[in-house]
Design a protein around this ligand. Sequence first.
Ligand code: ADP
Ligand code: ASP
Ligand code: MG
Length: 469
Amino acid sequence: MLIVMKFGGTSVGSAERISQAAQLAIRSAEQGHQVVVVTSAMSKVTNLLIDSAHRAAAGAFDPTVRQQLFDRHKAVADALIGSDPVRHAAVLEAIGQRLDRFDKLCFGLSMVRDLTPRVLDAISGMGEVLAAPLLAAAIAAQGRASTAIEASEVIVTTDQFGGAEPLADETQVKAEAVLRPLLDRGEIPVVTGFIGATAEGVVTTLGRGGSDYSASIVGAALDADEVWIWTDVDGVMTANPQEVPEARTLKEISYSEASELAYYGAKVLHYKTILPAFRKRIPVRILNSFNPSHPGTRVSVEGDPAVNGVKAVTSIRNVTLVAISGTGMQGIPNIVAKAFDVVASQQANVLMISQASSENNICFVINQTEAPAVIKALRTALEIELHRGHIEDISGEQEVAIVAAIGDRMRGTPGIASAVFGALAEHGISVIAISQGSSERNISLVVKEADAATAVSAIHAAFHLDRAN
Ligand code: ADP
Ligand code: ASP
Ligand code: MG
């Protein structure tokens, strides 16, 4: 079997964790599988890189960051490969060179004071490039040949910096050329997560948390048999365990449930992860590197058809509810199309839409960071309608959250919506907007941000999600 396995930031967060990740990869190889590893940056490194870039561009270049990052990665090299001076020196050399580049880029930013998305990607993707040689060296030190590979040599993307899209055909050609020979030789390649490059070779990133996506992109490109996501919880759970301590691990979910969960805020999977795997029907497993004997969650076509109704509850914070309202709106042809053209022109991602059938109000939810530009663009594009009074207001409400109840078998199970609303009413939570996909796989609600945690717990309790079905 060919397995592409990805290790998240906490799973490679220290020498001990990297050693454990190496062991897990080797264990699968020893069972006779071919293994490609995809690694995240060590925990907190990406945040530090991004923060340093922003601070440098604001004129506060911090020359100590280079050393801080060097020390953290050197400590791992010392612990894991200190007894092999040749390998140790080679890894430190690679890390030093990459950090020199980081330092120069930040210094440059402090001069030009202009941080473009392209430069931000070049900097924010460096954490993975620092981690991969360490993990490859740890695997080699435990007796399996391993090579660190920069995904800019494998994953070909569009040039949407900060959220690039993979180009499947081009990626397949590169993955076959770069990774297949290593696999055929019995090596375990360690590929950097999160990054790719345009056809011209300019480094891009797939968006925050994107290493999960990298794993499924590489898995699809190589026609892998399975994609494994090693993280710090026992799999996909009925809710975020940090928010709902009673949350339980789901043994099996469908591709569509996994997509909906990830899309509606379950950080355990990057929201685009499922698609490449789904297209090739590659099963995905979510496993705990801190508890590897736990079977985790399996994502497959069938999911778990025995489970009825709601399977999990998620929430998305830091969003804005944009509302366009006015009693004269019925008279405006194509108002919906016009509004969403504007949203698209700002490249904003619409998380949820709700429209009253009277067309007196259209509202949709987008990320808070995108809201000011979208509202401004809407006011400009609909200036005449506003002036004539057909539209009375275009507003943005900030302190809201989306809460979503998700499950394939909600369809055909009567009474779900009323149970959701009943649970919220019992806690005195008012619902600001509602949307139910026609697939009936999810009901999403907008509530005040302050009510979100209670809403999630209330829905979780109402459907007894703490108990195995
Ligand atoms: P990694 O660094 O391994 O990519 P992440 O922090 O990105 O890990 O994702 C794992 C985290 O996702 C968990 O620690 C948990 O707090 C959070 N999480 C949110 N919702 C869920 C859910 N439904 N099931 C499991 N974990 C969830
Ligand atoms: N290191 C990247 C991030 O923190 C990608 C990832 O961890 O998935 O966003
Ligand atoms: Mg993650």
